[in-house]
Design a protein around this ligand. Structure first.
Ligand SMILES: NC(=O)c1ccc[n+]([C@@H]2O[C@H](COP(=O)([O-])OP(=O)(O)OC[C@H]3O[C@@H](n4cnc5c(N)ncnc54)[C@H](OP(=O)(O)O)[C@@H]3O)[C@@H](O)[C@H]2O)c1
Length: 239
């Protein structure tokens, strides 16, 4: 806890996919705890709106237009974040896309697009941020996976496989970097009330983006010796 009572004052947090939905809620919540948030996504108007809301609430935000499938753009994102005050304390790998259809009708470009954002993009951002975290001997890498990465369902072969892969990536990463005091936290929400997929569940009983954001804040503000390596997040009573 810092002098102003905010738990993340002086910290820099990068949030990918921060223009809307879960990423926007995570950026809001980290900023409300005092972090300087660096927001990344492909749509500048969304980024500016999200950053404007944070600044209006008294928080600090920087936007960097980034396509997570482009290595040079991801390196630039982390480079810009390092300019804020020399280190990145928190990386939230949230950007993700989902195409839900049976394998027999899935296009290869749809399949590849999911892997490129949901897995390859996470690898690129993580690899870019690690040298500075290892140097500063601290940091948290938070991955937004899904309960679709723990279960199987019709129409989920492509998307679900990327989230199973993300969990595998994150588990091994955690074992590699914990010796540098770096936490790797993977959050697995069920359906969240966003516009992520046309068939997505809606309503007050469904997990809200803010609920995922609370889990992120909880994990990154826990005592540094403890790591919530994986968190499942589901509605209490979805009926
Ligand atoms: N909603 C759910 O039910 C649910 C459940 C479990 C897990 N999740 C996971 O939660 C994460 C966020 O989902 P959401 O529901 O918030 O989705 P969303 O409302 O569609 O928002 C996705 C965000 O990711 C960004 N994004 C997409 N492709 C990108 C790319 N190539 N480069 C940079 N940014 C990109 C989007 O911005 P641009 O299009 O402007 O780039 C947007 O800001 C995803 O990883 C998703 O798999 C969602």
């Amino acid at each position: 806890m810092t002098m102003n009572g905010k738990k993340l004052s002086g910290k820099v947090a990068v949030v990918t996919g921060a223009g809307k939905g879960i990423g926007k809620a995570i950026a809001d919540a980290l900023a409300a705890e005092g972090a300087h948030v660096v927001l990344a996504a492909r749509t500048p108007a969304d980024l500016e709106k999200a950053a404007g809301a944070i600044r209006s609430a008294g928080g600090a935000a920087t936007t960097v237009r980034t396509d997570m499938t482009d290595e040079a753009q991801v390196d630039r994102l982390i480079g810009e974040a390092l300019k804020v005050n020399g280190s990145v304390d928190i990386l939230v790998n949230n950007a993700g896309i989902g195409v839900f259809k049976p394998v027999v009708t899935m296009g290869i470009s749809e399949f590849d697009a999911m892997w490129n954002v949901n897995v390859r993009g996470v690898f690129l951002a993580t690899r870019a941020v690690l040298p500075s975290m290892i140097r500063s001997r601290r940091g948290a890498i938070v991955n937004i996976a899904s309960l679709a990465g723990k279960n199987t369902f019709k129409g989920g072969a492509g998307y679900g496989a990327t989230k199973w892969a993300l969990r595998g990536f994150a588990g091994s990463l955690m074992l590699e970097v914990r010796e540098h005091n770096i936490r790797v936290v993977t959050i697995c929400p069920g359906s969240v009330d966003t516009n992520f997929s046309p068939g997505g569940k809606k309503g007050a009983q469904i997990t809200q983006p803010e609920d995922v954001a609370s889990a992120v804040v909880f994990a990154v503000t826990a005592p540094e010796r403890s790591m919530f390596s994986e968190i499942d997040l589901r509605p209490t009573n979805p009926a």
